[in-house]
Design a protein. Sequence first.
Length: 315
Amino acid sequence: MNNQIVPRLAALRKLLGAVLLLSIVRATPLAAADWTGHWVLRSAGTAIFDYSIERSGSGWKVDWRRPAHFQLGSSTLSKIEGPPVTLPPSEVVETKDGLTLRFVSNGEPLPSIVLRHRTEGLASLTLADTFGPFTLSLETEAPALGPWDIDRSYPIEQLFATNAEMTALFEADQASRQDLHIDWKQVSVDDARRRKRTRQLLDQEKLQSGDDYYHAAFVFQHGSEASDYLLAHVLALAAMARGRPDAGWIAAATLDRYLHHEGSKQVLGTQYEGKNCRWTMEPYDRGLVPDSVRQALGVPPIAKQGSVMSTPPPC
C-alpha cells in the first residue's frame, strides 16, 4: 500500500471516532436538577410563598401556596390578606436551567414564574421577566404561611451573584493602603486603573449584588473628581438597598467628600484634612444632622470625632 495512504486512513479513523464520540455525548441527556421539596419565599422570617414540588412521572407536580390577595412591587409585597390558598399550575415546563410555571386564576392567565437553581438549597424566582430575581430557600416541611399585616410592606430578599473580579479590585484597593511606606504616586496610577475597570463592569451590568456595589463604592471613593465621589455615594446607597447595611459609613463618607470637593460644608464628620500641621474637619455643618443619624450610618458622634485621628498630619 502507498506510504501516503496509510497515515491518511489512520487520520480518517481518528476523525470518525471523534465524530461518533461527539454524537454519543450530544445524545446523552443532561441530568435534571432535583426540585423536590418546599421552596419558600420569606420576609423578616415570615413565610409568604411556598412552592411544593415533587417528581411526578416524567415531570414535576407543583402546588403554589400563597396569600389569597397581595400586591407585588419591585422589591416588596404589600396589602397581604386572606387565608392561604393553593394554586396548581396549568403548565410546568422544565428547561436546562430551571422550571417555568404558568397559572390561571378565575379564568385569567397569570404572569409566568421562572424558578432557577442558584446555589445549594437556594433558588431564584422571577415573575414575568420583570420582578426579581427573589430568593427561595429549600425547606423539608411545609411552612406555616403568615400571619400577615395588611398595612405592612414586606421587603423581599433578592439573590444576586457577587462578581469575583470586583471583589479582587476592592481587595487590591484596600491592600494598597496598608503598607507603612506607601508610594502614593503608584497608588494613584493603580486607583485610576481600578476605577476604569469598575466603570466597565458597571456599564456591562456585571455588578448586581450588594457586595459588588459596596466594593465599587470604595474604589470610586478613592477618585479625584466630584463625579467619582458622587457615583461612589450612589453605589453605597445601592449596596444598602441590596443587603449591605454596613455600607452606611461609606455612604456618609462619600457624601462628605463630595461636599468638600465642591466647596461646601461636610454634614456627617467623616473627612479630615491636614492644615498647618494639624488635622481639621472644617468646613463642617455640625447642626444639620443629629447624632442619631450618624449612629445609624456607623459614624462616630460629634463628641468623639476629633479623637479618631491618632497620628499627626504631614507638615
